[in-house]
Design a protein around this ligand. Structure first.
Ligand code: ZN
Ligand code: ZN
Length: 347
């Protein structure tokens, strides 16, 4: 297994069937540990121009309530509409198109414009987890909704339009690509082994230990063996469970604590509010049991070496396969060694 540390190699992502090229010999280049000035203190608690802050007016005239914790509303500019209709087209399998129905919502995590998950209390994050569970259940129960995708885009670098802490929920008729790939892989594994792919994978990771960032009583956070982004992580429940709404109260709190701890470590890495796209993959809501599915979250952060030096997916990565220099093992070691208290709290 020594080649995993020293020689160029590729690793398979068993969830998607895709490969990542790893080039550990290139990280022997010295790392300058460049740091920007401590960032994250210049955002106001309330912004009169923010369309997510309490009491403010949104597009089309709606006014936000003075919400004390969380706030959910239908996206004013939704990518999907509930009543999209049209005849499916299929020209010799070469030009295929069909209408897609869906619902897009926004969930504000907090009335405070300046907070992030990393700076919210575990108790307040647990309220957000409760809203995720309720939204997954309510949207998933609607006729014709096959999947509920909860995701957060954090930071300018990820194209997030507003620093106010919030996420989105897109409920779709069809399974999106990533879900479809993961369903196919998890189903095939279930048929072959009679157990869940990610449950067995987590057991291997806990035996190995070197890619684990931290654990609490019910969740493990790790850098997956096949990670593409430099500090990519997965959040995995230790019990076999398909969706957030199946978690016990204690498990929901443990999930909130894991998200708090992970986002604090991310912010501490370069002492900057850490940009990322994150989201939960929960079992499809097509009415099937989906025993093969294991709930998990992916965090995909773009930063590589500092608050401003990011990874780009270009060149060989666009045309061939993704590639990384820093190994999953050394990324996990870096994250594991970071302080568990937020840098702004200790400033
Ligand atoms: Zn705001
Ligand atoms: Zn996934």
């Amino acid at each position: 297994m020594d080649f995993l540390r020293t020689a160029p190699h590729r690793r398979l992502n068993p969830l998607t069937g895709e490969w990542v090229l790893v080039s550990p010999h290139r990280t022997e280049r010295p790392w300058m540990g460049q740091r920007e000035a401590r960032a994250g203190t210049d955002v106001p608690a309330y912004d009169p121009d923010c369309y997510l802050c309490p009491g403010n007016r949104r597009a089309h005239g709606a006014v936000n309530p003075h919400y004390p914790y969380t706030f959910v509303f239908d996206n004013d500019f939704p990518a999907l509409l509930p009543e999209s209709e049209g005849e499916k087209i299929d020209r010799d399998g070469l030009m295929v198109g069909e209408a897609e129905r869906g619902i897009c919502r926004v969930i504000c995590f907090s009335p405070r414009h300046d907070l992030t998950l990393a700076r919210m209390t575990v108790k307040d994050i647990a309220r957000v987890v409760g809203v995720w569970a309720a939204q997954y259940r309510a949207l998933g129960a609607l006729d014709g909704i096959g999947a509920v995708q909860i995701f957060e885009n954090r930071g300018d670098m990820m194209g997030a339009s507003n620093p106010h802490p919030h996420c989105q929920v897109w409920a779709t008729g069809a399974l999106p690509n990533e879900m479809a790939k993961e369903l196919a892989s998890q189903s095939a594994y279930w048929r072959a082994h009679g157990s869940a792919l990610l449950v067995d994978y987590l057991r291997l990771e806990r035996e190995a230990g070197e890619r684990i960032v931290f654990e609490n009583d019910h969740f493990t956070v790790l850098v997956p063996f096949w990670a593409v982004w430099p500090f990519e992580t997965m959040v995995l429940p230790r019990r076999h469970v398909g969706a957030i709404d199946e978690l016990t109260t204690e498990e929901s709190t443990a999930l909130a604590a894991a998200l708090s701890q992970l986002t604090i470590r991310y912010d501490n890495l370069f002492e900057t509010p850490f940009p990322y796209s994150m989201g939960f993959h929960q079992k499809p809501t097509d009415g099937e049991a989906h025993a093969e599915w294991q709930l998990h979250a992916h965090f995909y952060p773009p930063l590589l070496r500092s608050a401003t030096v990011r990874k780009f997916m270009v060149g060989f990565e666009m045309l061939g396969s993704p590639q990384r220099d820093i190994t999953a093992e050394s990324a996990a070691a870096r994250l594991r060694a970071l302080p568990a208290t937020h840098y702004l709290a200790t400033a």
